[in-house]
Design a binder for this molecule. Structure first.
Ligand code: SAH
Length: 320
């Protein structure tokens, strides 16, 4: 893999090197070498360097695991060592009880890389142990998306962090947050922790089995009480229609790529609200949609991404 710094690297406040690869065959066409390009030395990564253009796309599925900020530091590419780390993750989670300290180390890495820039996002990600949301807890702290079954994935930690960071101002106590394509429930739980007390976090996921398992995950987490008191809920439904019951929302996150921004989601966004949504098919952009107080909309592209599609349940289950 090329580790020469790209001439297109530039300094920016954001960190748009995030790609999420699904487990679906349709997503296996593209990959990114940005991690190696950005941080060739693995030693003291710059806190705010990003690529603005010229991502390297490779028609090579072997590069699919390259979408990580710090796997080269925490989980070397060599298969033997990756297996060892996964074993350690399991042992840590199930035996030593220090899973939370591994989770904290993951959060600290994301802070060092400049993805997490606020104390609130760091605190929330520290409080919600990612291992509870990853199947079997294996490799939970590796900066990579992972399959959760049903042709879906849990997003990579840096992608979760980036979305929390982008939405932070709209995730204040008392606010309403909607998580479309909530999958494992990880971000829904984080949203719930950020908007409490008196806020509301709503997950919408169209695979009923994932809804059930996400509720179980949240029940084991620091957000369990929110489920009990009803301020956090997860619903089995087509997220393209949003969830009108608790609209309007201050924050909407969409965890799957839509061919275009669903009107229902724009309608359910509060004036002053913000939506983060990946838009596109093969090539996707993470769009930030802001609804102004007069109801008008502004949209900007944060970065290029690769998410599973926001689609029908049938299309997803047959592999898109
Ligand atoms: N953000 C989640 C999951 C991301 S994967 C996490 O990190 O755990 C995208 C999720 O969107 C999948 O769980 C998939 O089942 C769901 N999805 C795709 N299309 C959907 C739709 N139309 N309505 C609701 N959920 C959808």
């Amino acid at each position: 893999m090329n580790t020469t710094p790209s001439p297109s690297a530039s300094v920016s406040a954001s960190a748009p090197y995030n790609f999420l690869f699904s487990s679906c065959p349709a997503s296996r066409a593209l990959s990114l070498t940005a991690t190696a390009t950005l941080f060739p030395s693995h030693s003291s990564p710059p806190s705010s360097v990003s690529l603005t253009t010229s991502f390297s796309f490779l028609q090579n599925p072997n590069f699919i695991t390259g979408n990580s900020l710090f796997h080269s530091m925490q989980c070397p590419l060599r298969k033997g060592r990756r297996k060892k780390r996964e074993k350690e993750d399991n042992e840590t989670r199930f035996c030593s009880g220090s899973s939370m300290s591994r989770n904290k180390a993951m959060v600290e890495s994301l802070q060092r890389y400049g993805v997490i820039r606020s104390n609130k996002v760091a605190e929330v990600m520290e409080s919600i142990d990612r291992a509870l949301f990853v199947p079997n807890g294996a490799g939970a702290y590796i900066d990579s998306p992972m399959s959760i079954g049903y042709n879906a994935t849990i997003s990579a930690p840096h992608m979760h962090a980036m979305c929390l960071q982008l939405l932070e101002k709209n995730l204040q106590p008392g606010m309403h947050a909607l998580d479309i394509g909530s999958g494992t429930g990880y971000l829904t739980a984080c949203f719930g922790m950020m908007v409490r007390p008196e806020g509301r976090a709503v997950g919408v996921e169209h695979i009923p089995e994932l809804v059930s398992s996400s509720i179980e995950n949240i029940q084991k987490s620091a957000a369990a009480q929110l489920l009990k008191d009803g301020s956090l809920s997860v619903h089995a439904a087509d997220g393209r229609k949003g969830w009108p019951e608790f609209a309007p929302y201050d924050a909407i996150h969409v965890g799957a790529a839509a061919p275009e921004i669903p009107q229902a989601l724009i309608d359910q966004l509060k004036p002053g609200g913000r939506m983060v949504i990946p838009v596109g098919n093969m090539f996707q952009d993470l769009k930030v949609v802001d609804k102004k107080s007069d109801g008008s909309i502004s949209v900007h592209t944060e970065t290029s991404v690769r998410y599973v599609p926001l689609t029908s349940r049938e299309a997803q289950l047959r592999g898109y």
